[in-house]
Design a protein around this ligand. Sequence first.
Ligand SMILES: [Zn+2]
Length: 234
Amino acid sequence: MSSTDSDSDQREFDWVERFCNKRGNEFFCLIDEEYVNSNFNLTGLRQNVRHYKPALKFIRNTEEPNLELMSEEKALEIEEDTEHLYGLIHSRYIVTDEGMRRMAKKYRAGIFGKCPNVFCKKQPCLPIGLYDEPKKDTVKLYCPKCRDIYSPKLRYRKIDGAYFGTTFPHLLLNIRETIRPSEPPQEYTPTIFGFQIDKIDLENENNEKIEKDEDLNQNKNEEFKKEQKKENIK
Ligand SMILES: [Zn+2]
């Protein structure tokens, strides 16, 4: 077999490449084979996946399990488990040097999406999970400029946030200074007829306080007068 044949065969059976190229999976980077082939990197994942062995075979590209020989239900479960296992490995991989490099490339290209905040001027965002445990919440977008969290495009809203985790964007921005936004986040100031709402609220509060104080003084005066009258009667 020539090397060209071997390459094309590999592409045909490469589950990881197929998965990452699927529309809606653009947030995932390709995990390199070396990382996936190390059992050490997968420590503790077995108990979280029902069909761990066949799922890992797909991801390691060692052998394509024949799903046609299985019941439809089991084949579907294995397919789901493979995607889940890939996501769990992914969350570990993207905090390694090579994983961060691959994700930074996607970030620079704006693949994860841009911040919807007008003042952020289309700042590229990074995927983030609000939890590190799977099946708790879906993936969100973190904007490094306004430091806020947003929902991604509709087609990404079913992806588990744990496949990216709570640490990844902050670690990436911390290590790679060059991708950190240089300008500080600008804050929007709400106004009514040109007056800042906060200032109007403050003035209203002060006026109310003055009125309350005046009422209180008046009551005290009246009580004092009553007391005096009582004293006079005695
Ligand atoms: Zn922003």
